[in-house]
Write a protein that binds this ligand. Sequence first.
Ligand code: SF4
Ligand code: SF4
Length: 215
Amino acid sequence: MTAVLSSDLARWQKQLEQRWAAPLRQARDRRVHSQVMADFLQQVETDLRLGLKPQEAAAIACSAGCGTCCQVHVAVLEPEALHIAAYLRQTRSATELAELRRRMNRLCIAIEGLDEEERAACGCHCVFLDTEGHCTIYPVRPLLCRAVTSTCPRSCRDALRLSALGEQVPVLMNLFQKELMESAFRGLAHLWQQQGGDGRSFELTAAVRRALYAA
Ligand code: SF4
Ligand code: SF4
């Protein structure tokens, strides 16, 4: 298997689209959707691991329990929202889903219409972040959550605090990971649209709520 190069992500995205065009056509059927999405994400993660240089991987400071970044807007695609919804149905009881629905409704109301700075200022965490700072949908988390890394958790906290005050503070992150995940996101959007789906992106909470409770 050849490692992906950061200079070659446009070609990688094209190959990803060629490889996943047929499976994603089948994934329009809800019965196989989750398996196709799980396999798609696994390939993206494998290619990330192959392409990340060891010294770059070692510099990434993200760890379980550090959820500071989980209070910003996250965009997801329809196939990602469907995948997350299916995962929640499999892993949560009816009582837990009802409670989640209440929390999603509250968050949707709290963040509706907020821009990035206002979202940072409101201090509203993602509904999928638990009280220990862990992502409770980690295996199916959005591609754009996977894009975010940092070499220093403190700089993330500073950036978020100052963003709420309208100041931009750069956070050193792994650009290869960011660009690879964003390429996968664009590729998935393109493929989904080609299959007759909606290729637009949506705010995470609203999209999962719709996928979970509209069915
Ligand atoms: S990006 Fe920053 S806040 Fe988010 S997990 Fe990594 S170190 Fe923590
Ligand atoms: S889905 Fe998970 S990783 Fe993404 S913002 Fe929510 S808690 Fe954080």
